[in-house]
Design a protein around this ligand. Structure first.
Ligand SMILES: Cc1cc2nc3c(=O)[nH]c(=O)nc-3n(C[C@H](O)[C@H](O)[C@H](O)COP(=O)(O)OP(=O)(O)OC[C@H]3O[C@@H](n4cnc5c(N)ncnc54)[C@H](O)[C@@H]3O)c2cc1C
Ligand code: FES
Length: 280
């Protein structure tokens, strides 16, 4: 088995609470910090050595520099609940980096549109940095239940949408993005919305991560406007390295007919996929 499948005990050096149940954990792991590309993830055993929970949980690498990397954790079930309570000086057991990076180095677009739903923000700071290094313009559409759940660090050109209207557009980030894609709609709202300066976004590519409903909406918006779109999936996983077959995503019919494959594995063939090749 390749070296990258060896896990490493990693000391938590900083814990930052963004909102109740939403924290970032910074840990010492020079290899993960050095090797992770935007969009890759680590598979984390919350309490190194305790055997509970038994299975690792996958987390996108939120940030990486020099010898340390960060994850952002939304407490959800048992594993993420334990992980979100991790204190500084405790150890995590980290396997990674795993999965494929975002495919941002293509020539089929001029502006990267980052579409974020909730904790789907996790891979976006690294993607923003990678896009800025390539001098590719970025527009970010960040949707959350409420303003306090928004983690703005390392993002750029932010357009916020909240379900409760506590910040930015009152509604979904996909609806908000639509107003930047449709020239008529853009003109219609430009007078009432201060972030609608300049003009509609030209030649975009959508990079989306968030809840399934948002991803489906992104998939159909991209199809409607003929825009390239990548979706990063947060499917439940066990091994994270292609062994257990526990993370399938259904392939679209034409892919099935070409390849004979009804499913792809999110952990090794994703987590991000071309929106046209999968069924959500
Ligand atoms: C690539 C990727 C990146 C992610 N990044 C983030 C992130 O940055 N931040 C974040 O908060 N969340 C992220 N998630 C989601 C996060 O991993 C899930 O919320 C988490 O796995 C759920 O764990 P839990 O302990 O909260 O839930 P629980 O419901 O307690 O446990 C779910 C876990 O049970 C096990 N399990 C359940 N059903 C099965 C099954 N059928 N077969 C095998 N095992 C099973 C798996 O280990 C699964 O992960 C990411 C997910 C993926 C795939
Ligand atoms: S999680 Fe085991 S194969 Fe993907």
């Amino acid at each position: 088995m390749p070296d990258r499948h060896l896990s490493e005990r990693s000391l938590v050096t900083k814990r930052r609470v963004i909102a109740p149940g939403l924290v970032t954990l910074r840990f010492h792991n020079p290899r993960v910090a050095r090797e992770t590309l935007a969009g890759q993830f680590v598979n984390v055993l919350p309490k190194s050595g305790f055997g509970d929970p038994m299975l690792r949980r996958p987390f996108s690498v939120y940030w990486a520099d020099e010898n340390e990397a960060e994850i952002i954790v939304q407490a959800h079930g048992r594993g993420t609940g334990i992980l979100a309570e991790t204190r500084e000086e405790e150890m995590l057991d980290i396997l990674g980096p795993l999965g494929k990076p975002w495919m941002y180095q293509s020539s089929d677009y001029a502006t990267a549109v980052l579409l974020i739903g909730g904790v789907g923000v996790a891979s976006m700071p690294m993607l923003t940095r990678a896009l800025e290094l390539e001098e590719i313009p970025v527009q970010t559409f960040y949707g959350a239940r409420t303003a306090s759940l928004i983690a703005k660090d390392h993002l750029s050109n932010l357009h916020i949408a909240t379900d409760d209207g506590s910040e930015g557009y009152h509604g979904s980030n996909v609806e908000l993005l639509r107003t930047f894609l449709d020239p008529l709609l853009f003109k219609e709202v430009a007078g009432s919305m201060s972030d609608h300066a300049g003009g509609p976004i030209e030649s975009p590519k959508i990079f989306a991560c968030g809840p399934t409903a948002m991803m489906r909406a992104a998939q159909s918006l991209a199809a409607e406007f003929g825009i390239p779109c990548e979706l990063s999936l947060e499917t439940e996983m066990a091994c994270g390295i292609g062994i257990c077959q526990g993370c399938p995503v259904q392939t679209e019919e034409s892919i099935f007919l070409q390849s004979g494959r009804r499913f792809k594995l999110v952990c090794t063939e994703g987590p991000s996929f071309n929106a046209e090749e999968i069924v959500l």
